[in-house]
Design a protein around this ligand. Structure first.
Ligand code: CP
Length: 310
C-alpha cells in the first residue's frame, strides 16, 4: 500500500506533485460549493492518540469535502485507556475495512508500525519527535504561494528543534526543494547530528535571523521535556522570542510562520503573529485543508482504480 509516513520517503518530484495537486483544492475551498465527490463511498478513520486542533479538524474537513465518510477516534474516548495495545488497536481498526487511516501518536515510529498491520493507506498526522509530513507540505505550499518559489530562500526554523517533528519534516522537504535551511535554538534544544539534514545550526537568534526570507517559529514542547531543564517563559522570550527588534535582522519582506499552537509572549510577540502582511499563520491553516485533500486523493488513487503515483 502507498502510505504517507514521512517526507523522508518522498522524492522531490512527488513533493511538487502533491503541492500542485493541492492548488485545485485551495480554489475549491474558496468557492461557494466547497464540495467534490472524489472519495464518495470511502471510509476514513482519523485515529488521534495525542491532542490536536488543526491537524484533526483539517483532515476531517478534507475528507468530508471530498465526499468520504469520516469517523474520528480520540484517545480519551478509546480503549487504549483500558490497556489495549497499539497493534490490537490497529487490527481492530483494520477489521472495519477503512479505505484510509490517519494517525497521530506520541511515539516515534508508531504510525509505521500500524501501517504494516493494515490493508489501506496510512497517513502520518504526527508521530512523536519523528515526522509531521502534511505540516511540512502545507508550510511549503504557503511559502510557494507567498514567495513564488522555495529554491534559494533562506528559511530560519527557530525554537525547540530537539522535540519538533515539524522541524524534522521541514528540514527534509525544504532541503529537497533547494532552500537554504537554518536551525536556530538554545544549545539544550538543538539536537546533535543535524549535519545529516543539510542545515546550518545557530544558537544566537540574531545571527540565525540575519537576512532570512522566512522565519518559522516553534513552541516549547514542554510535554516532551520530562526531567529536563525547562526554561521559564520570560527567560525564553528574552533570548529566543521573535520580537520586532529581532525581526529587523531578517530580510525586509520576511514571511513569519508558525505551525501552531502558538504561545504568545513565549516564542513570538503576539502583534507579529497578528500582522497579516508579514504573518502567514492563518494561511498555513487554510493550506492545511487543501494539502490534506491532495494527500487523501492521491494516496487512494490505486484503490479507486485511478492512475496516480501512489
Ligand atoms: N500544527 C499542528 O500539528 O497543530 P495541532 O497539534 O493543533 O494539530
Amino acid at each position: 500500500h502507498a502510505h504517507l509516513l514521512g517526507i523522508a520517503q518522498l522524492k522531490p518530484w512527488e513533493i511538487c506533485f502533491l503541492l500542485d495537486e493541492a492548488e485545485q483544492w485551495v480554489e475549491l475551498n474558496r468557492s461557494a460549493s466547497k464540495h467534490a465527490d472524489r472519495l464518495a463511498g470511502l471510509t476514513q478513520i482519523n485515529a488521534f492518540f495525542e491532542n490536536s486542533t488543526r491537524t484533526l479538524l483539517s483532515f476531517e474537513i478534507a475528507g468530508k469535502r471530498l465526499g468520504a465518510d469520516v469517523v474520528n477516534l480520540g484517545v480519551s474516548g478509546s480503549s487504549v485507556k483500558k490497556g489495549e495495545t497499539l497493534l490490537d488497536t490497529a487490527l481492530t481498526l483494520n477489521a472495519m475495512h477503512p479505505d484510509m487511516i490517519v494517525i497521530r501518536h506520541g511515539s516515534s515510529g508508531a504510525v509505521q508500525l500500524i501501517s504494516e498491520k493494515v490493508d489501506c493507506p496510512v497517513l502520518n498526522a504526527g508521530d512523536g519527535r519523528h515526522e509531521h509530513p502534511t505540516q511540512a507540505l502545507l508550510d511549503a505550499l504557503t511559502i510557494r504561494r507567498r514567495k513564488g518559489r522555495i529554491a534559494g530562500l533562506k528559511v530560519a526554523i527557530c525554537g525547540d528543534i530537539l522535540h519538533s517533528r515539524v522541524a524534522r519534516s521541514n528540514f527534509m522537504l525544504l532541503g529537497a526543494l533547494g532552500a537554504e535551511v537554518r536551525a536556530v535554538a538554545p544549545p539544550t534544544l538543538l539536537p546533535a547530528g543535524l549535519d545529516g539534514y543539510c542545515v546550518e545550526s545557530f544558537t544566537d537568534m540574531d545571527a540565525g535571523l540575519a537576512g532570512a526570507d522566512v522565519v518559522m517559529m516553534l513552541r516549547l514542547q514542554t510535554e516532551r521535556m520530562e526531567g529536563a531543564y525547562v526554561p521559564s517563559p520570560r527567560e525564553y522570550f528574552r533570548f529566543y522570542g521573535l520580537t520586532e527588534a529581532r525581526l529587523a535582522k531578517a530580510a525586509p519582506d520576511v514571511l513569519v510562520m508558525h505551525p501552531g499552537p502558538m504561545n504568545r509572549g513565549v516564542e513570538i510577540d503576539g502583534a507579529i503573529a497578528d500582522d497579516i502582511a508579514r504573518s502567514a499563520v492563518t494561511e498555513q491553516v487554510e493550506m492545511g485543508v487543501a494539502v490534506r485533500m491532495a494527500c487523501l486523493d492521491v494516496l487512494t488513487r490505486r484503490r479507486r482504480g485511478v492512475e496516480g503515483w501512489a
